[in-house]
Write a protein that binds this ligand. Structure first.
Ligand code: GDP
Length: 472
């Protein structure tokens, strides 16, 4: 997607070029330097990798074995909706706040860390679900060491459970199954283990390799044992980092606070972040003015696997952006400026109005939040059905709104409305009038025609998931 932007060709053409070279890629996939060079060459471009970012990538080399010390695991909790992800995150957060901290107001800053009874630390990403996990991965961030897959024992393995498992497996992240809600009278953890076995995921107590733990996120039963299992997994992974270098890590979330300016939660992954450090995250840099943890406690430094809220950046980077500390402000500024310029060029190339293909591009540069749709159809029943199904596609990152719907031909006024509100028009068994068609071309409004509801839903769904297949 980025490459397509830089070359000013459509994403589909780049994806097709990749396919013809035997590379199966998605719109958000990161390509390595060699692939970029080869593909750009196909389009007659020569690639020059700019120096600042090269430095940014390369510097990460030599930690010797002596430099490395143990670090805490970073955990993401995934699973089907209502199976108890949020309850588990909340229970762990609440139960692990020590007495002297009780009463402190805990805040959701996107991540938190706890200390277990025997003094081990575990960090949790506080946005449950595989969508957040995969959105991060799509931006190249690798922060999760262990995935807890929550499955309700009074239910079954559900579609999102499968997706979560699949996403963890694709990422190569080890999983621990938390079989939840065992306090409920109708809970049947063995049934879940059997279903897992049927998916070739045999749990340890049945002789397999996957750790699982029966828990109740409501009463807390089994949660300590679950955390023990996380630590065991961490031990096997031999998670280590160099504490004594300039910090690097990943942005978890960022926002603008009226009183405090830009507030950025980062996960330090290596090195130690200190007050006064000059940090660069995505295209924004600044001097770290203050750091707090999720309990609002002030910190002066934060080592590996520590989530921390930072004040001092001059803008809001995106979740999944890497951050890094620099020696000099000049260096950070130069890189920030060059990234800013790339982003600006990309956004200038984005089309005036939205199209389905354009969605992926805007998603990638982070300027897409809402998809406005106008639906025109031949009969009221199909307009309603289509509208209902499309509304259900809304998710956290992108919401779908139907700004207008009706029966009849696509008219000039539909196109004008689309132009004013940056919408796409879906015609279900109807066509635009001649004038509407002309106006749409002039205003660059996309009109898509469908005669099967399912096709419309699928295309929109793929587009907002950033995976629109190329049209050959
Ligand atoms: P999420 O969608 O996966 O984040 O699920 P939630 O944490 O929001 O939980 C969904 C519902 O299940 C809520 O009403 C919780 O109170 C309930 N719930 C979660 N864990 C348990 C549990 O261990 N036992 C019982 N009885 N209810 C639970």
């Amino acid at each position: 997607n980025d490459l397509a932007s830089l070359m000013d060709v459509s994403v589909n053409e780049v994806i097709s070029a990749c396919l013809s070279l035997g590379m199966f890629v998605s719109i958000n996939q990161r390509l390595d330097a060699e692939a970029i060079t080869i593909i750009a060459d196909e389009f007659g471009f020569e690639v020059e990798f700019t120096k600042p970012d090269e430095e940014f990538e390369v510097e990460e080399i030599a930690d010797t074995a002596e430099d490395l010390q143990e670090r805490a695991p970073i955990v993401t909790i995934m699973g089907h909706v209502d199976h108890g992800k949020t309850s588990l995150l909340d229970f762990i957060r609440r139960s692990k706040v020590t007495a002297d901290e009780a009463g402190g107001i805990t805040q959701h800053i996107g991540a938190y860390d706890v200390t277990t009874a025997d003094g081990h630390k575990i960090a949790f990403l506080d946005t449950p679900g595989h969508e957040a996990f995969t959105a991060m991965r799509a931006r190249g961030a690798k922060i999760t060491d262990v995935a807890i897959i929550v499955i309700a024992a009074d239910d079954s393995i559900m579609p999102q459970t499968k997706e979560a498992i699949n996403h963890a497996q694709v990422a190569g992240v080890p999983m621990i199954f938390a079989i939840n809600k065992i306090d409920k009278p109708n809970a049947n953890p063995n049934k879940i283990k059997e279903e897992l076995a049927n998916m070739n995921l045999l749990v340890e107590e049945w002789g397999g390799k996957y750790q699982s733990q029966d828990i109740s996120a409501k009463t807390g039963l089994g949660v300590d044992d679950l955390l023990e299992k996380v630590l065991l997994e961490a031990e096997i992974l031999e998670l280590k980092a160099n504490y004594n270098k300039k910090a690097v890590g990943t942005v978890i979330e960022a926002s603008l606070d009226k009183g405090r300016g830009y507030v950025t939660t980062v996960m330090v992954q290596a090195g130690t972040l200190n007050i006064g450090d000059i940090m660069l995250a995505g295209p924004h840099y600044g001097r770290v003015k203050a750091m707090t943890d999720h309990k609002g406690k002030k910190l002066t430094k934060a080592g590996p696997s520590t989530p921390v809220q930072v004040l001092g950046l001059a803008g809001a980077p995106q979740a999944g952006d890497t951050f890094k500390v620099y020696d000099s402000e000049r260096e950070a500024r130069e890189i920030a400026n060059s990234r800013e310029q790339i982003l600006r060029e990309q956004s200038m190339r984005t089309k005036k109005h939205i199209t389905l293909d354009e969605i992926g591009r805007r998603l990638a540069i982070g300027s897409f939040k809402e998809l406005n749709i106008i639906i025109k159809g031949d009969v009221d029943g199909s307009v309603e059905a289509l509208s209902d199904s499309l509304l259900k596609l809304s998710k956290e990152e992108v919401s779908v709104s139907i700004i207008h719907k009706g029966v009849g031909q696509i008219s000039e006024s539909d196109v004008l409305l689309a132009s004013a509100s940056d919408a796409i028009i879906l015609g279900f068994n109807v066509r635009p009038s001649t004038n509407a068609k002309k106006l749409a071309e002039q205003e660059e409004i996309e009109i898509r025609h469908y005669s099967i509801i399912y096709d419309a839903i699928n295309q929109i769904k793929d587009a907002i998931e950033g995976m629109l297949e190329p049209e050959f």
